[in-house]
Design a protein around this ligand. Structure first.
Ligand code: SF4
Length: 429
């Protein structure tokens, strides 16, 4: 199906300026972030001329994110809002924003299709952006000779470890999640001679120890990785991996519990208790990806086979008993419920059903956070188009309202600790 014939499913493409006028209470910079993630960001040669690899972050762990050009890993707006620009977007028919120099400094500009703007960039008045800066530990080596930037990635104020960069769901044909590029990224690396490799615990400990020497760098610690299905009980091996790392890191901290988040597969109550009782972990996430029981088996076939939609939800609720309200959430790929050909018929229907299910989860203490569906090259869904910007505005505002109604703080996944969710950006207000 071509992009054009799908127009009935997607809502009209209102510009940032039009939506800003219609929804004046919605923060402009969050709106801009959502649109930039949806449409993508390109760089002019002039903008790249001020990128300094000695100062700025131009790569995160190499075999996970295989960049072709030297570009900034991500951007920061003037209020501290981040725009993640990692990954290669498919040709979606949407024009990317362009980072260009204005008065010698990088600015986000919009080449269209917005016609009513007064600024020289076209659709918006050029907005200053900063390239993420590189922490000092990035240029150091572990005692095994590994570059530390390949072991622990840094977001502003968060240390991130991806110990396992393959996902067992991709080992069974047709079981990987359809929006995910983990397998295609890995296969590309394998062609270039890279081997499947898990991070060594010692390398992680040495790198985190080095990072902790930098004041202000670590406000929280975060881990995630591909699912590991094996063990005496399924997923025990994945839990073992995380427990081993967290226990080895514990002597670096003086407190028994440390601001930290793990995005794992949906573990059983026994596995969750093991994590909580034997480590400093304070919060837990297991991504349902799509809040729709009928679409879950199609979009996430492996998760559906192993645990099922209702089973996944039950385990999230069990996690609330273990980690407490406000410390458990589930990530969704906002808009993927509209994917063709089996997705929902309209953005209105998608919003209604997603927010209703998010409300039911929140009543049980589990809050949902959304990422923009960045349609990535190499995913099964690579030829699709994300919903309109209005959909993302409504989704973000709706998820924020549900959290407030249920008195669930978003601190574990907010703009400082994650920065990838327009909805938790709204928790700052
Ligand atoms: S669980 Fe799904 S989204 Fe996560 S890495 Fe595996 S295939 Fe990708």
């Amino acid at each position: 199906m071509s992009l054009e014939t799908d127009s009935g499913r997607r809502g009209p493409e209102f510009s940032v300026s039009e939506l800003r006028a219609s929804f004046p209470d919605f923060p402009y910079l969050v709106l801009l972030k959502l649109d930039a993630q949806r449409r993508g960001v390109a760089y002019t040669p002039e903008a790249l001329s001020v990128l300094d690899p000695a100062v700025h972050m131009t790569a995160v762990r190499s075999d996970y994110y295989d960049k072709e050009d030297l570009t900034p890993v991500s951007l920061v707006l003037r209020d501290g809002t981040t725009i993640f620009t990692e990954g290669f977007l498919s040709e979606t028919g949407l024009k990317p924003y362009v980072v260009d120099l204005v008065d010698g400094a990088p600015h986000l500009t919009d080449p269209g299709p917005d016609k009513d703007a007064s600024g020289p960039g076209g659709g918006i008045v050029p907005e200053p952006v900063w390239y993420w800066e590189k922490p000092a530990y990035y240029d150091k080596l572990t005692s095994s000779g590994k570059p530390m930037w390949q072991i622990v990635s840094a977001r502003p104020q968060r240390l991130t470890v991806h110990p396992n960069q393959f996902c067992d769901f991709w080992r069974n044909p047709g079981e990987g999640c359809k929006f995910c590029v983990m397998a295609s990224t890995f296969k590309k690396g394998a062609k270039e001679g890279r081997k499947e490799e898990r991070l060594a615990v010692r390398d992680i400990v040495e790198t985190v120890a080095e990072a902790l020497k930098e004041p202000g760098l670590c406000q929280s610690f975060f881990m995630t990785g591909g699912s590991i299905l094996g063990g005496a009980e399924p997923l025990d091996d994945e839990v073992d991996q995380y427990v081993d790392i967290l226990r080895a890191l514990a002597p670096l901290f003086s407190a028994k519990k440390v601001p930290s988040q793990l995005i794992g597969t949906a573990f059983t109550a026994r596995q969750l208790e093991r994590l909580a009782d034997s480590t400093f972990l304070m919060s837990y996430t297991a991504d349902l990806e799509v809040l729709n029981k009928d679409l879950f088996p199609w979009i996430c076939p492996g998760k559906s086979r192993l645990i099922g939609y209702e089973g996944w939800k039950r385990r999230l609720c069990d996690a609330v008993s273990v980690f407490g309200r406000g410390n458990v959430n589930t990530g969704i790929v906002g808009g993927v419920e509209l994917a063709r050909p089996r997705g929902l018929a309209s953005e209105e229907e998608a919003l209604e059903s997603t927010l209703a299910e998010a409300g039911r989860l929140a009543e049980k203490g589990v809050f949902a956070v959304a990422c923009v569906w960045r349609v990535l090259r190499g995913s099964v869904f690579q030829n699709q188009r994300p919903p309109s910007l209005r959909y993302y505005l409504k989704l973000s505002a709706g998820l924020d309202a549900i959290r407030r109604l249920n008195r669930l703080p978003a601190d574990m996944d907010n703009y400082r600790r994650c920065g990838n969710h327009g909805d938790t950006d709204l928790a700052r207000i």
